[in-house]
Ligand binder design. Structure first.
Ligand code: PEP
Ligand code: MN
Length: 363
């Protein structure tokens, strides 16, 4: 349930409600909004007499929260949550671009791509060190070596890094190197992993599973939050439908809806969402128009050489072009977006090429 305090209710009145709820065995979360303070209480509602809280001084009303997710609900926290990563704010007025290769392949590949995407306006670098691949024979990622390269590239470019963690046993290691931990679609209902992510002191991107409903997705976020970590970003990356022309069906209505249901920032991954290079730009533009707070886009200096997800990666030139087209769309919906650094050419020549090209492989 939530206890909405009257406008102008003082600290003493808020504290009295918090104390009462705590005594009744509720977990309590106070959200101080611009106009009103809302106190969220998680626990067995039968423990509280309806009139008991209602009559406390400063209380405007007591409302049950019907949704099964509580901490992730906008009822609990009416204002947007803004997540700070270095000097980047996710969920604020800026639409944040996170870009980089699907997988970290080599030092040269990562550094050159990072420099190019930064020059074009990306604010975070993405790159997988642990890759969830459909085939056990496909490139599985460089593991810790990949995490070290991400950290090294952050040092060199100043871009914070986001990377996937697939296994509960790797959570501490990934949290040590990464700035944002990514929970992949295939682990959307790995409840042990979600609970572990609740222990880390870094933001977590909770991607929607390819088979999960919006409610199940929000409950995945709730797992992380209920385990203690409220720095959660929701990620739409497409769901499996009967359609086979695209790799997944990118559910942009979910973006607009989840922005209403939850206070958490929402990211869209149009790359996994479509699986097709040519669809990434139009769906990025549509995502920003639909209210996305951030985008996650795969970029490779030579997609034909990519060890993972080449057909859906943008070249660095295409990425620069996308950034230029995104900015006016962001402005049209009242947001800002970082532009290209003045005078910088975004196309790069790779310093190093990967040793074992496996062109054309997705997933
Ligand atoms: C990825 O970002 O490379 C990835 C594997 O994402 P998803 O979990 O959405 O498939
Ligand atoms: Mn990928």
């Amino acid at each position: 349930m939530i206890v909405v305090m009257q406008q102008g209710a003082g600290e003493a009145e808020v504290n009295q409600v918090v104390e009462r709820l705590t005594k009744l065995g509720f977990g309590v979360h106070v959200s101080r909004g611009v106009e009103k303070t809302v106190i969220g209480a998680v626990g067995d509602r039968r423990a509280a007499e309806p009139d008991d809280l209602q009559t406390l001084p400063g209380v405007e009303r007591v409302v049950p929260v019907m949704e099964p997710y509580k901490l992730a609900s906008r009822h609990f926290h009416p204002d947007d949550t803004v997540i700070q990563v270095g000097d980047v704010e996710i969920g604020g007025s800026e639409v944040v671009m996170m870009a980089g290769p699907c997988a970290v392949e080599s030092r040269g590949q990562l550094l050159e791509t990072a420099r190019a995407v930064k020059a074009a306006g990306a604010r975070l670098l993405r790159g997988g060190a642990f890759k969830p691949r459909t085939s056990p024979y496909a490139f599985q990622g460089l593991g810790e070596e990949g995490l070290k390269l991400l950290a090294e590239t952050r040092e060199a470019t100043g871009l914070p890094v986001i990377t996937e963690v697939m296994d509960t046993r790797d959570v501490d290691q990934v949290a040590y190197y990464a700035d944002i931990l990514q929970l992949g679609a295939r682990n959307a209902q790995n409840f042990s992993l979600l609970k572990e992510l609740g222990r880390v002191g870094k933001p977590v991107l909770v991607k929607r599973g390819m088979h999960t409903t919006i409610e199940e997705w929000l409950l995945a976020a709730e797992y992380v939050m209920a385990s203690g970590n409220h720095q959660v970003i929701l990620g739409e990356r497409g769901i499996r439908t009967f359609e086979t022309a695209t790799r997944n069906t990118l559910d942009l209505s979910a973006v607009a809806l989840v922005k209403m249901l939850s206070h958490l920032p929402v990211l869209v991954d149009p790359t996994q969402g479509t699986g097709k290079n040519k669809l990434v730009a139009p769906m990025s533009l549509a995502s920003v128009a639909a209210g996305a707070d951030a985008l996650l886009v795969e970029v490779h200096y030579n997609p034909r050489l990519a060890l993972c997800d080449g057909p859906q990666a943008l070249t660095t030139e295409q990425f620069g072009d996308l950034m230029r087209r995104l900015r006016p769309v962001a402005e049209a919906v009242g947001r800002t977006m970082a532009g290209a650094e003045p005078g910088v050419r975004v196309a790069v020549e790779a310093a190093e090429t990967p040793k074992a090209p496996l062109a054309g492989k997705v997933g």
